[in-house]
Design a protein around this ligand. Structure first.
Ligand SMILES: [Zn+2]
Length: 455
């Protein structure tokens, strides 16, 4: 045999060996469920992603098994990324194969499904030569509870009177297996909290009708279980519409010249619009809206129980502006802006000491947009208080504070015409009227009396 023939033979054997390795490969893609699938209900959404480092995803199938019965569930391909087909370029980093699938599985899709337990079974293959050209295969099994009865809700408190711009408390009981419950007012969901650790199914829920929510908007108790079943329950309440003050602010160059550059210098994300008035309007509109979204984020950092026991303290100072004043801004006689003032402006002596309105934990302390140097204190169950325009801050995030404890001094930082404190109460980050929380009668009737049976 010539050397050339030997070489060809060796090459042929190597290629055959490589082919055998490839077509007998079992290696399949990896399957990952997205989100939390904790059970099957009326129509539970199921989403999963399939990935393969070297091959594209060929297909995915979903079935639900219950005892001897197997139910096929249709899946939809939601997104796909093919792996690079240039397999011979083994030295280069190639994009992996990826596919996202969506399905719904529950009584609606599977009429034969029964309450109890079931197994979710997902099978996928890639487009490799593995398993004699059928593609590498992988599967996933998940044992799940099946529940069709939605959570039950019983309302335990009464009456429920809400002032527009204000809040109210409802106590209700949910059935075991409920994973999320609260009150939905329009598009806003206010989560509930256990009345105490030993009674996880008896829930207290503060909810609000924001100053700008139509009093005719329905409020409903919503409860969901781990299988995705949802109950929407009515309860009896009355909303009292409220008229808020209007106010006109005449913008002066010296005021804008003092506040605008100071805020711009601390807020690098704001683009200089080239004029004092334009920059003021940017701060008054865009930055105000950004700050409002940030307050909603602070609202998530809340304790799962009330950290306070007695009514909130009002600073002993003069009211210069009140909650939900509708402000018209003029400049040289022309209307240039409208905004709503969502708090109380309280002015006393210059750099007056500012006490915490109630017991709590500092959720934020620092420079905060239009509020200048500000402190947010968490009082639990989504309830927080905000102090703005401070000259100095005496606490830091995470500090526990006592009712009346000095947390800093008043000032004129941020959008402030003079030395004062901008104070408001927040529920899940939404400003609500502080007047209610300062009022011992309101606290007694609306909050204490309803929670007394569980204390
Ligand atoms: Zn203010």
């Amino acid at each position: 045999m010539s050397k050339g023939l030997v070489f060809l033979l060796v090459l042929l054997v190597a290629l055959v060996a490589l082919l055998i390795v490839r077509i007998t490969s079992q290696e399949g893609p990896t399957i990952q469920l997205q989100g939390q699938v904790k059970g099957l209900g009326q129509s539970t959404p199921i989403e999963f992603e399939v990935r393969d480092a070297r091959h594209s995803i060929k297909m995915a199938e979903l079935e639900v098994r219950q005892g001897e019965r197997v139910f096929a569930v249709p899946v939809t391909l939601a997104a796909q990324q093919k792996a690079s087909s240039s397999w011979w370029r083994f030295w280069a980093k190639r994009p992996e194969g990826k596919a996202k699938y969506q399905a719904r599985a529950g009584r609606k899709e599977i009429p034969g499904l029964q309450e109890g337990r079931a197994t979710l079974h997902i099978v996928t293959t890639n487009d490799s030569w593995g398993r004699f050209f059928r593609g590498g295969r992988s599967e996933l099994f998940l044992d799940l509870p099946v529940r069709f009865t939605p959570p039950q809700v019983q309302v335990l408190s009464f009456p429920h009177y809400v002032n527009q711009g204000g809040a109210e408390l409802v106590v209700f009981k949910v059935s075991p297996g409920t994973t999320q419950s609260g009150v939905r007012v329009g598009d806003t969901f206010f989560p509930s909290w256990p009345v105490k650790d030993s009674m996880p199914e008896t829930r207290l829920c503060l909810f609000a009708y924001s100053y700008n929510v139509d009093p005719a908007t329905p409020a409903r108790i919503v409860a969901r279980d781990d299988a995705g079943n949802e109950t929407v329950s009515n309860f009896v309440y009355r909303v009292f519409p409220k008229k808020f003050h209007t106010d006109t602010i005449d913008l002066k160059d010296d005021f804008m010249g003092r506040v605008v550059p100071a805020i711009m210098s601390q807020t690098p994300e704001l683009q200089d619009e080239g004029s004092l008035l334009k920059n003021f309007l940017l701060i008054n509109g865009q930055l105000r809206a950004t700050d409002a979204r940030e307050l909603v984020a602070f609202g998530q950092k809340t304790a799962d129980h009330f950290l306070w026991t007695v009514p909130f303290i009002r600073l002993p100072a003069k009211t210069e502006a009140s909650f939900a004043d509708y402000r018209t801004y003029t400049y040289n006689g022309t209307v240039v802006d409208h905004q709503t003032h969502l708090g109380f402006d309280l002015a006393g002596v210059e750099q007056m000491p500012v006490g915490a309105a109630n017991d709590g934990v500092v959720a934020f302390a620092g420079f905060f947009g239009i509020f200048g140097n500000a402190v947010v204190i968490d009082h639990g169950c989504g309830l927080q208080s905000l102090y703005g325009h401070m000259s100095s801050i005496a606490v830091k995030e995470g500090d526990q504070v006592k009712r009346g404890q000095v947390i800093g001094r008043s000032g004129a930082t941020g959008l402030a015409g003079g030395d004062h404190i901008h104070f408001t109460i927040l529920l899940d980050g939404i400003p609500i009227n502080p007047v209610e929380w300062w009022d011992p009668h309101w606290i007694h009737d609306r909050i204490e009396a309803k929670l007394a049976p569980y204390r």
